[in-house]
Design a protein around this ligand. Structure first.
Ligand SMILES: O=P(O)(O)O[C@H]1[C@H](O)[C@@H](O)[C@@H](O)[C@@H](O)[C@@H]1O
Ligand SMILES: [Mg+2]
Length: 283
């Protein structure tokens, strides 16, 4: 029987690499910055242009009309987030937009593919590092052509943990985020880090560079590809309260093992965020 989705997977890698080249070139020119949900939630013409290129290429490659698309910038222009059983591409064209604007060297193209609401594969191209992270369900995780594996650290005192502060700057949420970070830092752990892109953070977990990454407020397009890569590298993905991971919840804990995950979960001060699949408010 033909290997289902191998063609889609191979094509996604090619499209991610080509999109990364567009991002690198755009970064050499003046970048016009706009904002979305807040003055620090940045978007550029490159985000929009790269999403159009990715979706256009995928439609050309698999244009029988059965494939669906969920893209960060299409959603920010009002498209609803609806994940059906149909083959669905989940795309963040420029993950780490703030980094891209500032020239901070972590910017990723994130492309995931789901069928029957199951994530089949994920591709994260860290385009300024020129690192292609990829994984298919049940077939291992890779960085370029080298298989990657999560860290075997079980002692929290010997861990590096990634957390991000996101783009919501309400004092109530920022207080909870930094109180959580302080409690984790004072366990103590070896260190706290954050690349500024969730997709890259998940690849750092998958490659064993850090032991865990959690965030409240991310979107499904930031993490869908990384979920497959972390799982296939031997890690796990949970809700930040330790329950089962829910792709639409905008809450995620990814870790190398459950010992580290549960120790960090104890410190997380949870705050509410609207789900990605919440009905779109009429403007
Ligand atoms: O660059 P984005 O696609 O907007 O996502 C980023 C987000 O902007 C940043 O605040 C953090 O939440 C990162 O984890 C996201 O990937
Ligand atoms: Mg983005």
């Amino acid at each position: 029987m033909a290997d289902p989705w191998q063609n889609e997977y191979d094509f996604a890698v090619q499209v991610a690499r080509a999109a990364g080249a567009v991002i690198r070139k755009a970064g050499e020119e003046e970048i016009k910055v706009q904002t979305k949900s807040s003055t620090v939630d940045l978007v550029t013409k490159t985000d929009e242009r790269v999403e159009k290129i990715i979706i256009g290429s995928l439609k050309e490659g698999f244009g029988d009309g059965t494939h669906c698309f969920i893209g960060e910038e299409s959603v920010s222009k009002g498209e609803p987030v609806i994940l059906t059983d149909k083959p669905t591409w989940i795309i963040d064209p420029v993950d780490g937009t703030t980094n891209f604007v500032h020239g901070f060297p972590f910017v990723a193209v994130s492309i995931a593919f789901a069928v029957n609401k199951e994530l089949e594969f994920g591709v994260v191209y860290s385009c300024l590092e020129d690192k292609m992270y990829k994984a298919r369900k049940g077939k291992g995780a890779f960085c370029d052509d080298e298989q990657i594996q999560v860290s075997d650290v079980k002692d929290i005192h010997k861990s590096i943990i990634i957390s991000e502060h996101g783009t919501d700057r309400s004092v109530e949420k920022v207080t909870k985020i930094f109180s959580t970070m302080q409690k984790i830092l004072c366990i103590p752990v070896h260190g706290l880090r954050g690349s500024g892109t969730a997709a890259t953070n998940m690849c750092l977990v998958a490659s064993g560079a850090v032991e865990a990454f959690f965030e409240i407020g991310i979107h499904l397009w930031d993490i869908a590809a990384g979920v497959v890569i972390v799982r296939e590298a031997g890690g796990l993905v949970l809700d930040v309260d330790g329950g089962p991971f829910d792709l639409m919840s905008r809450r995620m804990m990814s870790a190398n093992n459950n010992v580290i995950a549960q120790r960090i979960i104890k410190e997380i001060e949870i705050f509410p965020v609207e789900r990605d699949d919440a009905p779109v408010q009429k403007k």
